[in-house]
Design a protein around this ligand. Structure first.
Ligand SMILES: Cc1cc2nc3c(=O)[nH]c(=O)nc-3n(C[C@H](O)[C@H](O)[C@H](O)COP(=O)(O)O)c2cc1C
Length: 477
């Protein structure tokens, strides 16, 4: 049975901001982003598109209109044109309640790769929600169903559809779903399911009651949060603004270029002799060849305050502060940083170092000083133990460097990519630390994970404003 085409509840609607202009022989469809010209059009097709310009058009009405115009073979053409409008995000599809006339759910394409394909729902076939589908509240009052597997989003506009989504956590047939949801007739269930299938939010199960995505070797190895982060922070399958949009320019102040730290300066670090260093340093190729992760230290001669000073200066000191357009104040540093935002702060948990008292310090890259954030205690001990465990060795870092991001320094300017940029910046910082440590004959090792909640409480910051995004162990060889 082909439930879809029997339905009068599925309707095509023009998306807000899109207009259809009659151009005699054909039409021109205009949205804020695209323009699509369709010409020539027979009377049936013309009637369909002028209908669409006025109000939602049900599939049944579209089919009947083309049929009545005796335009043989034009039905496929009509849906091809509608596909083009969908791919240009000029048109969307709703399931509209026959009793109330209100939409139950609406599918909005979000990219040009959207597949406008009708999959015929079978009443006795099992269907299930993808493990990548999730619902959240949008900026307005609507509930959105989204998925990193989808090139569309679906607004959930009724309790009936919310119930169906809940039931589809388990594989169910449309017949079962119609019985369970009570008020939902089989036709309505099938209509909603067709939108879920078209949007790739749900699929028919295979013979073992699993979804194809569960057999897909690549997809099985993607965790939900990783794939969502990847798809939302790259272009391709969403229509969100992406890049340096300065969305808070006139609304919120930018974070200051230098962290206004609450801690007084504790240690004036010696200025390294950069001329001597430039004369005596190994070449870049030698430093790169020698570079290795080293997890054991020379405990007889632990790292010194002078070495830490030279290391921090060479990796992270501020060379210059300047002003650049809407970005405000920016800095120049030895390592590159996305948008020159330089949101990463460098904290040192000093455990064994000659010349520096134990404790947690913040590095001021402008003054080249250290400020004591807190004396050693159980929590700083926890940081060192965790780092030691991550390195899989008995020894723990002589000095643990924690990179913390002042997130809003980046998210004030960048949309969609802010956190991805921060992690890339952390990678750049790691590479710079590795190379400088290699040139200085120190023992460096990056660490892949840490406790950001613990770190925020240690430095007394708001987790959403500043906390750790990376850790790095350093010591003597
Ligand atoms: C992002 C990143 C995370 C890492 N995390 C850890 C870690 O948690 N524990 C560890 O012992 N080594 C860690 N490493 C070091 C790698 O294991 C090491 O770079 C890799 O094995 C290659 O060895 P090499 O650095 O000596 O050339 C990390 C390296 C990077 C770049």
């Amino acid at each position: 049975m082909n439930i879809v085409t029997a339905s009068s509840q599925i309707a095509y609607c023009l998306t807000e901001g899109t207009e259809i202009h009659d151009e005699g022989q054909g039409i021109v469809v205009v949205s804020p982003f695209f323009q699509v010209a369709i010409s020539p059009l027979g009377p049936g097709l013309k009637q369909v598109f002028s209908g669409l310009a006025q109000s939602p058009c049900s599939m049944r009405w579209i089919n009947a209109t083309i049929d009545a115009a005796h335009e043989e073979g034009m039905l496929m053409t009509c849906y091809r044109y509608l596909s083009s409008l969908m791919r240009h995000q000029m048109c969307h599809i709703s399931v509209i309640s026959e009793s109330s006339g209100e939409p139950l759910a609406t599918l909005y394409p979000t990219s040009a790769s959207f597949q406008h394909k009708w999959i015929h729902v079978q009443p006795e076939q099992l269907y299930r929600l993808s493990r990548f589908a999730y619902m959240h509240r949008g900026e307005d009052e609507e509930c959105w169903l989204e998925s990193p597997l989808s090139h569309a989003l679906l607004t959930v506009q009724s309790k009936l559809v919310a119930d169906l989504l809940y039931q589809l956590a388990t594989a169910r047939t449309p017949l079962e779903l119609a019985r369970m949801t009570g008020e939902g007739s089989l036709d309505t269930v099938a209509d909603v399911l067709t939108l879920l299938l078209m949007g790739n939010f749900a699929a028919a199960t295979t013979d073992d009651a699993q979804l194809a995505e569960e057999h897909d070797v690549a997809l099985r190895q993607w965790e939900f949060h990783d794939l969502l982060f990847h798809s939302r922070s790259r272009g391709g399958r969403h229509s969100n603004p992406l890049g340096g949009t300065y969305r808070f320019l006139y609304e919120l102040p930018a974070q200051p270029v230098i962290k206004p730290a609450p801690w007084p300066v504790t240690v004036q670090l010696p200025q390294p002799d950069m001329e001597r260093i430039q004369r005596t340093d190994p070449t870049l190729s030698l430093a790169m060849e020698k570079r290795a992760s080293i997890r054991t230290y020379n405990e007889e001669h632990p790292i010194t305050k002078e070495q830490i000073s030279e290391f921090l200066y060479r990796v992270a000191h501020i060379k210059d502060v300047y002003t650049y357009g809407e970005s405000g104040e920016l800095t120049r540093r030895p390592y590159p940083g996305g948008g020159a935002s330089y949101e990463l702060e460098c904290y040192l948990t000093v455990d064994r170092c000659s010349g520096l008292a134990f404790g947690l310090y913040w590095y001021d890259p402008l003054k080249h000083t250290l400020s004591l954030v807190r004396e050693p205690d159980n929590d700083t001990e926890r940081l060192l133990i965790d780092a030691g465990q991550s390195m899989g060795e008995d020894s723990r870092p002589q000095v643990l460097i924690t990179l913390a991001a002042r997130f809003q320094r980046v998210s004030w300017k960048y949309q969609s990519i802010a956190y991805a940029l921060i992690l890339k910046d952390a990678g750049v910082f790691y590479a710079t630390m590795y190379l400088v440590a290699s040139a200085m004959n120190l023992a460096p090792c990056a660490i892949g994970a840490g406790d950001s909640d613990l770190f925020a409480s240690l430095i007394g910051s708001d987790y959403y404003q500043e906390t750790s995004v990376g850790e790095f162990a350093l010591g003597s060889r």
